[in-house]
Design a protein around this ligand. Sequence first.
Ligand SMILES: [Zn+2]
Length: 331
Amino acid sequence: MNYKTDEYFHNVYQEAEESRETQSVNKAALASMLGDFQEKKSGRPPEMLETKELSAYRRERYVFHYTDDRPGPVYVLTPKNGEERHPAVLALHGHGYGSREIAGLTENGEEDEEGSGIHRQFAALLASRGFKVFAPEIIGFGDRRLDEDKRRDRPKSCYKMAAQLLSVGKTLAGLRVQEARLLLDDMATFPDVNESGPGIMGFSGGGLIAAYTAALDERVQAAVLSGFVNIYKESLWPMEHCLDNYVPGLLSGAELPAYIGLAAPRPLFIESGQRDPIFPLKGAEKAVEMLRDIYQNQQAAGELEWEPFDGAHEVRAVRCVSWLREHLSSH
Ligand SMILES: [Zn+2]
């Protein structure tokens, strides 16, 4: 009797190899589809604009120089817990009024004690729980809107820049991912961040940037994606999402979870509001199922967490906070 043991182990090898090949093909494809943003990096260090002491953390606003002609403000929140070094998190807001919305401020820059918005002030929340948080103003929002969008207070402040970038073979998603990766360079220069590497957390449109940044940049040690993970067919395809979500050719290569799964085998935490109308639960379930296969193939099934919760299109930020703490080790 041939129990086909050799054949079985041959297949195990083949499956692993195919999975690796797919991962590398998808990774190269994603980088290429996002567009080429290889402008020369600015050598200028970040400059502090303002600082404020709060009870649980210090809030500083810096200007970071992504390239010589592209500076942008970033909130840097440092916990006041007596630790010399902190786990670092890059926190990426979604659509709304920008970095102030997650850093505990109103649109006008005043302290927002209530924090009742859908972002749950997650940058401030993470800082109060011991993380050193970097919350950039994502291009297209807040102080980084085009002048005409600021004047008219147009809600669709991504549209024109997304359309212009598409016209020259680039994407707004790609520009934002490039900035996130350049920010990772600068984050590592702060002496009070853990050397073991940063985590990333993004909500909605910020979830997209966090997903693609984690996919392409292995420095990201753990990722939390809130209000974003889904399959294309149930979210971006049937609905009119902001133009910044659309990357030419993306769907021809693979469904969305294949790109999100490029983070594997690194730890990934997904939050999905069960009543989210724009990234529906049905699509989130399918995406998580596909991601479980990817993590399984990478022998990392335990590194994927999914929290569907009683909520709409909003951040939850409960379980993921202690999960991040566990996965960003303290050295
Ligand atoms: Zn947008």
